[in-house]
Design a binder for this molecule. Structure first.
Ligand code: TYD
Length: 133
């Protein structure tokens, strides 16, 4: 759990707007980026996640708007709020996660260490607790 941390990403500032670049080779992420996906058009009051991954590591960024993430290692829960496009939450494997409190228009950008694999998901909380032990 304590490996889960907020990573500040580089920001190229310009009066005409900012750019954040994540270079696989230069940005010190704990994993190589293999897949990128994003959640958007999330209706008010909805929550996402409610699963863990056996192997997958992820960096989650609020590319627009804001949302909260609750991480749970079976013993401890930690809640993070993301609202800045240059801040990412690094999530190591084996943490139960829930995303909620999405602002209107929020975009949740996810950088992932592996391709999509349904076998990597733990979607049952009891199974997750047993897997973690
Ligand atoms: P899921 O990861 O369960 O969404 P969330 O955690 O945001 O609630 O994925 C939802 C659906 O999308 C699921 O049926 C699998 C599919 N999916 C893919 O096909 N490829 C992907 O890379 C991802 C992330 C999901």
């Amino acid at each position: 759990m304590y490996e889960a941390t907020i990573i500040e990403l580089p920001k190229i500032h310009n009066v005409a707007g900012n750019i954040t670049v994540i270079n696989n080779d230069d940005t010190k992420l704990p994993f190589d980026v293999r897949r990128v996906y994003y959640l958007y058009d999330i209706p008010g009051g909805e929550s996402r996640g409610a699963h863990a991954h056996k192997e997958l590591q992820q960096l989650i960024i609020a590319a627009s708007g804001s949302f909260d993430i609750t991480l749970d290692d079976g013993n401890t829960k930690r809640r993070f709020s993301l609202s800045r496009p240059y801040m990412g939450l690094y999530m190591p494997q084996c943490l139960w996660r829930k995303l909620d409190n999405f602002s209107s228009g929020a975009i949740c950008l996810v950088l992932a260490s592996h391709n999509y694999n349904e076998n990597d998901y733990l979607r049952d909380y009891e199974l997750f607790l047993n897997f973690y032990k």
